[in-house]
Ligand binder design. Sequence first.
Ligand code: C2E
Ligand code: MG
Ligand code: MG
Ligand code: MG
Length: 283
Amino acid sequence: QVKVQGKNGFLRYTPEMSRNHSERVDLDNELRIAIESGQLTLHYQPQVDIRRGRVTGVEALVRWEHPERGLLGPNTFIPLAEEGGLIFAISDWVLNEACRQQASWIKRGIVDLKVAVNISPLEFTRADIVERILQPIRTHQLPPESIEIEITENMLMDDAETVIAKVQELRTHGLRISIDDFGTRFSSLNYLRRFPVNTIKIDQSFVRDLETTGSQSPVISAIVGIARGFGLNVLAEGVETECQIDALRLHGCDVMQGFRFSRPVPPEEVVRYIAAQQALETT
Ligand code: C2E
Ligand code: MG
Ligand code: MG
Ligand code: MG
């Protein structure tokens, strides 16, 4: 079997793997077993406020520890799970696991760390989605504001009324909401007025462009301006270089996430990362 190293260091599925129906069914079954037998795992990527020099949160990103194929990234199985309906089981697992981990961090004295969880747009078609998100928060007795739900911008377009109502409900319960991949669609300005979010995440494609266009980015200054205007936090995704950091600072964006700071890592490494950060601060 040929293994191809992907951009994020994952092994990629060969295209044939999802080519025909029976292979797809196989994969679907495999994924079902994976969920039940504990092959899913969460890695966490730090979000750093560089002005204050501290880690403000981490984003939970799901991985599949495949017994033969190695560590698989979400892009290889989330789309399939969304087609086959397994996404709901995955989301339930992810939410519970992220809450369990957050409770364990708090118990170890790591407070003030937000844990962000990605929610598939399809989730909002579930009538009981709010209850499903709240339940693990209650079970693990978490402060609701220590959990942030990331929703993608295109979600705002489909059935906006339903999504807005549900997001409002989550906010009423104290959860934080961020818009992921912001700027990749253009419809959101209109919705932002009624959409009670806390944070806008600048899509990594704009951050990547900073490298080729120099430090100027009309898109990034526009997004930062929007965030200011609406009184929202802004975070840049996919920060890989010192040059991007400088440019983002000039644009007034201080909170960043990307390989330059840390890759998504297992929970123990998050603890080490935060400890190292604190050591820097006190020296
Ligand atoms: P996202 O939520 O926009 O997550 C950011 C992605 O960018 C992650 O990829 C992360 O590893 C990658 N990344 C972070 N920093 C850098 C960087 O400096 N450079 C580059 N090139 N990439 C960077 P990942 O983990 O492969 O996740 C891909 C997408 O899969 C996520 O995009 C999210 O939409 C989805 N996803 C991940 N976990 C979950 C989950 O638990 N549930 C659902 N529904 N979707 C998930
Ligand atoms: Mg995300
Ligand atoms: Mg994103
Ligand atoms: Mg994305």
